[in-house]
Write a protein that binds this ligand. Structure first.
Ligand code: MOS
Length: 732
């Protein structure tokens, strides 16, 4: 099915099951421990062996020698894989560095060996006996220091210029020119990267934890130099990904190589300390923002430039993305610079682009509002735009940022905020409120599904779509139940297997809308097939209560399907509606913080997000996505920072003791409001996405609240107490 004209009324609009806050259908499996994650397929195949990854101890250079003799003699060792023995390997399309290093080393903790043994403990012990001597080379590890050598990236947002930015900025009566920094971040998902590989002849099956089954199937094949058809990927349950599992990582490739060498199934999990440097991370940014405005608060010039780094051949962090679209203003400029660094590979982490971009832009907007003497909510509303500011003939499909801001201000009690920083006190706490806009583009991706109706009337949906903890199982079941007119418990959803039709996968918050639209398309075909078989005009057929009905005639769909059942398969693909219209999701984040007047300890007291993001397919799972993303935003604002060793070139705090993320005790009160919205330009589901929107802007709302509480403006994330305390007024 091609979606190239706006959606009209369709069976989803009944909202009998879609749009209802139903509970996760796979919840009981997860809470009873019977949903197998990648490392837990204990009974899938016999004779499983364990692989342990050895990571490089240098950031850049070569392996001079590698001695395996002692490790080979260790108890239980079956085989050891290194670049010397692995044979010729390719590199995946989505990988920047090779997943097995040697002799050249491209980054710290790049895998250099896999030790395979009878038990995990034996593999781990033997891995300590692999002796590697390196020839270390100097590398570039400091983003600011690499600025001079940075270049215009080949990918990412193009450099944009509209009107005369320089002239308008220089002429603006009120100006802001400020630089903001965001540090490197790690996905730090609960479930580590893990895979189990089994060869049958030249065919490989990989049980793994991966967001994008088809991309990764292709990349495993490319890396191993085998046909894609010979690879099967199985990834039905994923304990968090956040972009860190969009791609194949060393666990998958090394499990495959280990299993080939050991001639038996091999499973590999990355240990927590390996994950931070062996896999990808969100790159640090240095962002310069210039805003010029008239005294009435209208923006006349807005410029955003961002520098980030990556390994040679890598990509920039698209931190300027939202600045092209979020606020009006005739004179505009965005630019990216990419520096070659020898740190581990940077790549997508939840809301890549907008998340770090808004951390900067939305502080800048707060600073600008203060300069103008305007309320920060009103300043944003004053500069709203209903069209693409670079191409005014191009409207937004739906844009209700103003309503999000107004609703949020009202519900949060924004009126009580003092515009003067440091003016509100509650005992030992200085109290402040902050606001930020949320913005994330709506991407659409081709997505397929197969639907089967059996003789009992059970509807089974198969697609290689993944559920990374987001609720995919549930919204796909809701979609099929709505379309086929059956209760939710008559739908079986099977996900995450490359034997199923290729889906959109989970990424860029496109998963919910695109994958359910693919299921919609397959169900439309199924409805036609059932109607035809029942001798009913498909146009007049009604699917309800497990029956297909037309006029007086009605039959159970199972009876129509018969003993053999009926199968229908289709995919959704998207025309150019997202080019004619700018499709984005919007929100507003409101935060109240307390800052201890003596110690500067920061506590988030309340958070509210108001979102306008198309039809909400399941308010309960969408709310969970939002509060999870808002929690992640607390981490980005106040805690998360990969500390770079600029001499040796690695992330020092590579575990959860050193890389802190929020815990329940850090999160007191969170609320989420979804505006009632449908976007018929987005898909037949009229939905968009919220999984990443929830993160976009939170960091700045918190930083702005800290400023409102203390009067200290921190432009370098994370906002930690040491950055406040030396600048706090001393009370006497
Ligand atoms: Mo998201 S960073 O595209 O998983």
């Amino acid at each position: 099915m091609k979606f190239d004209t706006p959606a009209t009324t369709n069976p989803i609009d009944q909202l009998r099951i879609v749009g209802q806050p139903v509970e996760r259908i796979e919840g009981p499996r997860k809470t009873t421990g019977t949903a197998p994650y990648a490392y837990e397929w204990h009974n899938a195949v016999p004779n499983q062996a364990y692989g342990y990854v050895v990571g490089a101890a240098i950031a850049k250079g070569r392996i001079f020698s590698i001695s395996l003799a002692e490790a080979r003699r260790a108890p239980g060792v079956i085989t050891i894989v290194t670049a010397d023995t692995a044979g010729k390997l390719g590199k995946g399309k989505w990988n920047t560095a090779r997943l097995l290093g040697g002799p050249e080393i491209q980054h710290y903790h790049q895998a250099v060996a896999l030790v395979v043994a009878e038990t995990f403990e034996q593999a781990r012990a033997a891995a300590q006996l692999v002796h590697v001597r390196y020839v270390r080379e100097e590398g570039a590890f400091d983003l600011a220091g690499a600025r001079a050598s940075a270049s215009v990236p080949k990918t990412g947002v193009p450099e944009t210029a509209t009107g005369d930015f320089a002239g308008a900025f220089a002429a603006a009566p009120v100006q802001l020119d400020a630089t903001y920094t965001t540090p490197d971040h790690s996905h730090a998902m609960m479930e580590p990267h893990a895979s189990m590989a089994v060869w049958s002849g030249d065919k490989l099956t990989l049980w793994t934890s991966n967001q994008m089954v088809d991309w990764s199937r292709g990349d495993v094949a490319l890396t191993l130099g085998i046909p894609k058809e010979n690879v099967r990927l199985i990834s039905p349950y994923i304990g968090g990904g956040f972009g860190g599992k969009l791609f194949v990582r060393s666990d998958a490739v090394l499990a495959a190589l280990g299993a080939r060498a050991a001639r038996r199934p091999v499973k590999v999990a990355l240990t927590r300390p390996l994950m931070f440097n062996n896999t990808t991370h969100r790159p640090a940014t240095i962002q310069r923002i210039r805003i010029g405005a008239n005294r009435d608060g209208k923006i006349t010039a807005i410029g955003h430039e961002s520098l980030s780094g990556d390994l040679a051949g890598g990509k920039p962090e698209n931190a300027v993305q939202q600045t092209r679209l979020l606020y009006a203003g005739p004179n505009r400029l965005t630019a990216l610079r990419l520096a070659a660094l020898d740190l581990p590979e940077g790549n997508a982490m939840r809301a890549p682009g907008e998340a770090p971009g808004l951390m900067a832009l939305e502080i800048a907007m707060d600073e600008m509002a203060e300069k103008l003497g305007l309320d920060p909510v009103e300043f944003r509303i004053l500069n709203d735009t209903q069209v693409d500011p670079e191409k005014p003939q191009r409207p937004f499909s739906e844009r209700r940022l103003v309503e999000c801001l107004r609703t949020g201000a009202d519900r949060f009690g924004w009126k009580a905020r003092s515009a003067r920083p440091g003016a509100t006190r509650d005992g030992e706490w200085l109290v402040g409120m902050g606001v930020a806009a949320a913005f994330r583009n709506n991407q659409v991706m081709k997505s397929g599904a197969r639907v089967r109706v059996d003789g009992a009337g059970t509807v089974t949906v198969e697609t290689d779509m993944t559920d990374i903890g987001t609720g995919s199982y549930t919204i796909i079941a809701q979609t099929a139940a709505e379309m086929m007119g059956v209760p939710l418990d008559r739908v079986v959803v099977r996900l995450g297997d490359s034997n199923f039709p290729v889906s959109a996968g989970s990424g860029g918050q496109w998963g919910a809308n695109s994958s359910t639209a693919g299921v919609y398309a397959a169900c439309v075909k199924m409805r036609e097939a059932l109607a035809q078989k029942a001798g009913i005009d498909p146009a007049s057929a009604v699917f309800e209560g497990g029956q297909i009905r037309s006029g007086e005639r009605s039959m159970p769909i199972g009876a129509v399907a018969g003993e053999g059942g009926i199968v229908a398969e289709d995919f959704i693909e998207f025309g150019d509606l997202n080019k004619k219209y700018q499709q984005s999701t919007f929100g507003a984040h409101f935060v109240e913080v307390g800052v201890d007047a003596a110690t500067c300890e920061i506590r988030v007291r309340r958070m509210l997000a108001v979102c306008a993001a198309g039809r909400i397919l399941n308010p309960k799972s969408a709310r969970s996505q939002m509060i999870g993303a808002m929690t992640m935003g607390v981490g980005a604002a106040l805690m998360e920072e990969l500390a770079v060793d600029r001499r040796l070139g690695y992330f020092v705090n590579h575990d959860l003791a050193g890389y802190e993320v929020p815990v329940h005790a850090d999160i007191v009160s969170q609320d989420v409001i979804f505006l009632d919205e449908t976007d018929p330009l987005s898909s037949p589901m009229k939905a968009k996405g919220v999984g990443e929107l929830g993160l976009c802007g939170v960091g700045a709302a918190i930083a702005n609240a800290v400023y409102n509480a203390t009067g200290v403006r921190v432009r370098d994330y994370p906002v930690t107490l040491d950055k406040l305390i030396s600048r706090m007024p001393v009370s006497t």
